[in-house]
Write a protein that binds this ligand. Sequence first.
Ligand code: 5AD
Ligand code: SF4
Length: 446
Amino acid sequence: MNAEGRPTVYIETYGCQMNVSDSELMYGHLEAVGYTPVGGPDGADVILVNTCAIRDHAEQRVLGRLGELKRFMGRNTVLGVTGCMAQRLGPALLERARHVQLVVGPDGYRALPALIEGARKGERATKVEFDLEEHYEDFQARRFDGVRAWIPVQRGCDYKCTYCIVPMTRGAERSRTLADVEREACTVAEQGITEITLLGQTVNSYHDGAHDFADLLRSVGRTPGIRRLRFTSPHPNDFTDRAIAAMAETPAVCEHVHLPMQSGSSRTLKRMLRRYTRETYFECVERIRAAIPGVALTTDIIVGFPGETDDEFEETLSAVREIGFDDAFTFRFSLRDGTPATRLPAHLTVPDDVAADRLDRLVSLVRDGTRARNLSMLGTRHEVLIEKTARRGGLLQGRTRHHRTVLVQGEESLMGKYFTVELTGTTGSTFTGAIASAGHALPLAG
Ligand code: 5AD
Ligand code: SF4
């Protein structure tokens, strides 16, 4: 209980932005029925761990953390597990962790207040049914970031990439209506937020029956006060010319695309059921680059997918070199129970040491590319939005439109403001910069 005698809730979030956004929805929903959000587990009446299932490592971390959380729990503390791992493991999680009382999947958050009440009376419950109608439209997301907002536009995924657990943890794809997204965009803009990131598992396949992703970008991009619009993550196959034109013609849309490639080998991509080839991925990159000169491109890559030969891996390296990504998230393949990849013949498994070696080589290639590109940017000036205080000594952290992180010196009062910043140093991945002037040349927000 807090000082006013209201019960408190702490949500710890793992995984992707969609989970961060879901935690905001859960906080909002619980606040509306009388709970007060708190910043840590110590003394909280309700602790929820919002989990990710994408790789085994993500789940192991959560299992470890559930053990640690025991020491923060009093006699009446309710501990619940939500999100993708809850959906994947269901009641088995209650068996495995005896101090967990609730297991609630991504479509079950509406039931949380009732389930928590039950748990306080000693019940243990699992809720993992999918609900294709559920968008939590009546929830007021509780946002803790006053500068940027993440707005989900779609839930679930209809692609069936063979490595991926998401279709199993988040169910079939469904889009919110354009009107609902517009309304939320206006709400956050009225709160003084100037940057929006639209979220979806394959965000550019957005379709509400009447409007597609191009309509969505144009419409959210027109929201008064919204100066930067981002989206994550698109699928290469859903980049229509209409969508690319909407990106190019909507001034708020930032010059950065995170375009998961997964592999640079058409043969590997086929086993992954990505539905594109090396060549069509390259074409997609070309179309985006032609429409948006200087666009920053980042990607996700998996190494060690079953059957990946040395040659196929070399094709991934050459794709990284040829495209020249601004950055990449790189992962070692993790076999997830229930995914189609489990049905690939066992002899295709890439040995751990081979996969580890490939990951090392890929990471250094990506890092060298990022460093070289970043070094060449020193001395140039960019519009930076100051987002938060940096972890390092008294600095503020912001981003360019191209999604580069820049640390600058300044007072906290600069938070949420736009400046022209000269890039003065780089660690290879992030920059330090000096504020040259307030960004008055551009239309001010609000
Ligand atoms: N193993 C390793 N990486 C994975 N990803 C998704 N599933 C797996 C898996 N089973 C990666 C993909 C995806 C990113 C979010 O996580 O690269 O784009
Ligand atoms: Fe997000 Fe996928 Fe992890 Fe679920 S499994 S939290 S959708 S990254």
